[in-house]
Design a protein around this ligand. Structure first.
Ligand SMILES: [Ca+2]
Ligand SMILES: [Ca+2]
Length: 489
């Protein structure tokens, strides 16, 4: 059944549908050799969504941030250096603590994990780091998993002026806690800087905070530092996709991006994927919406390495993180990641433009495309070039880019023999900017259950079924073709 697209319907889609692909298994043909690539499996196993975790509280209710105590310009922390209790919460970030080294490329990562407590309102902890020119300091603060506690983190120069800040409002995205405060800083001279952790709201003498830090040499790319959304890179969609390729420079690296979902039929869903060039150092992404009217209160919407979801029109934040820890990150294999964000268009029609070979014959069931068994091949395949599109109420049609089209081939002869395992094979592909893709589906050996007497020989064939549909099954198309198994005569 055709569905006509109405712009107003998409505009009010506020409920997010998580698409599970688990049931889709692309069957491999038994006779196929390994290089035929027919057992592609669409999998979202590594895509977690947090959509059924409701946004908590009034979106406008975030209190004004407790700014640093001190001057009215709020740019300097008032700390009496002489009064600093160096026995507690004052540890040098030790640049001698080597975590990983690549002697060939002179890449070194120093780092460690520190835990501490802030025990009264306005309490703070201070950690000096002595840096050489060009060293990259990254710090990540994980606060107690408590909605009533809001710690913030600042980087101060040696006179305690603020160089950088990380001031997320605490916002618990279900069980995953609040996004950790993070700061990155590349030393422009030999200098000492101070990591300053402040109890902006609440405190705890029983639940500790965790501060992880790395000091890197020659480990970072030109996109650093971008450790929180104040330094993000905007993803722009060109030819219906946005891509980013960067490196994960440390196990606590954050790379922040934003992207905007438009109120348009080309944005009916968003698809995300990330891959790492390294087998040792992995990565993943997290997707957030900012629910604060100013500053950042980040609600996690999804996390994983691939998947797609509908998102209401808005600007979203995407964080790329390492899958590794300070102890298992290997700087000899700094990973380059490939991030893709694709808007998936609405689709209401799928059509076949042509089969990939121009072989059409007329047998008993009329004129259809014919695939001939080739004994030299490990498996026979059918190739179909199809287009996905959608219609406006006026009837005007547009191509549907980035739609995943699944092609299912069924041999009814095997179905009749009660062998669905031999009857059905599948494959899929994704439409291009013109809504077009080519899909090849390999098949098990034919039965030859039908025959047609030609002028010189008898053709034994199977009358195959072919089905095209999009993942959400908004559109589908059925066709038939002949599978010539053998000729006798
Ligand atoms: Ca905070
Ligand atoms: Ca980064």
């Amino acid at each position: 059944m055709k569905k006509v697209y109405f712009r107003s319907l998409v505009a009010v889609v506020m409920i997010i549908s998580f698409i599970s692909f688990h049931s889709i298994k692309i069957a491999a043909t038994e006779k196929a050799s390994d290089d035929l690539q027919i057992s592609k499996e669409i999998s979202d196993d590594d895509f977690i969504d947090y959509l059924n975790k409701p946004v908590q509280g009034d979106l406008q209710s975030f209190p004004k941030m407790d700014k640093l105590p001190g001057e009215s310009t709020h740019n300097k922390a008032i700390i009496n250096k002489d009064a600093i209790d160096k026995s507690i919460r004052y540890d040098n970030l030790n640049p001698n603590n080597i975590k990983s080294r690549d002697t060939n490329d002179n890449i070194v990562i120093y780092g460690d994990t520190i835990t501490g407590y802030l025990t009264t309102g306005g309490d703070y902890a201070l950690y000096p780091a002595s840096l050489y020119t060009g060293q990259y300091l990254q710090v990540r603060l994980t606060q107690p998993d408590n909605a009533n506690i809001d710690y913030d983190m600042y980087l101060l120069d040696e006179d305690f002026y603020i160089i950088k800040s990380s001031e997320y409002y605490t916002f618990m995205s279900g069980t995953v806690g609040t996004v950790p405060e993070s700061i990155g800083y590349i030393a422009d001279s030999d200098e000492t800087v101070y990591v300053y952790i402040l109890a902006a709201t609440g405190y705890s003498s029983t639940d500790s905070f965790t501060l992880e830090y790395t000091i890197g040499e020659n480990n970072y790319d030109s996109g650093e530092p971008d450790e929180n959304p104040q330094e993000l890179t905007q993803l722009a969609f060109t030819n219906s996709q946005a891509t980013a390729s960067r490196t994960i420079c440390s196990p606590i690296d954050n790379d922040w991006y934003s992207f905007t979902v438009l109120d348009a039929p080309e944005y009916s869903k968003m698809r995300f994927s990330i891959t790492s060039s390294s087998n040792v150092n992995g990565c993943s992404f997290e997707i957030y919406e900012n629910i604060a009217s100013s500053g950042y209160a980040l609600h996690r919407r999804a996390a994983g390495t691939s998947g797609e979801m509908a998102l209401e029109p808005d600007t979203y934040y995407l964080r790329v993180i390492s899958s590794n820890t300070l102890t298992d990150f290997d700087v000899t294999d700094i990973p380059t990641y490939s991030l893709k964000v694709l808007p998936v268009a609405v689709v209401d029609t799928i059509e076949i433009l042509n089969y990939t070979s121009q072989n059409y014959v007329t047998y008993n069931e009329g004129s259809h495309h014919r695939v001939e068994h080739d004994p030299l091949l490990g498996a026979d395949k059918v190739g179909v070039r199809c287009r996905a599109k959608y219609s406006e109420p006026s009837g005007l049609t547009h191509p549907s880019p980035n739609v995943q089209i699944i092609c299912t081939v069924e041999n009814p002869e095997w179905t009749n023999l009660n062998r669905p395992d031999l009857a059905i094979t599948q494959s899929y592909n994704t439409t291009d900017a013109d809504g077009i893709c080519i899909i090849f589906v390999y098949m098990h050996y034919g039965v030859g259950g039908e025959h047609y007497d030609g002028p010189v020989s008898r053709h034994y064939y199977d009358y195959m079924k072919l089905n095209l549909r999009d993942l959400d099954e908004n559109a589908e198309l059925n066709d038939r073709f002949y599978y010539l198994v053998r000729s006798v005569g």
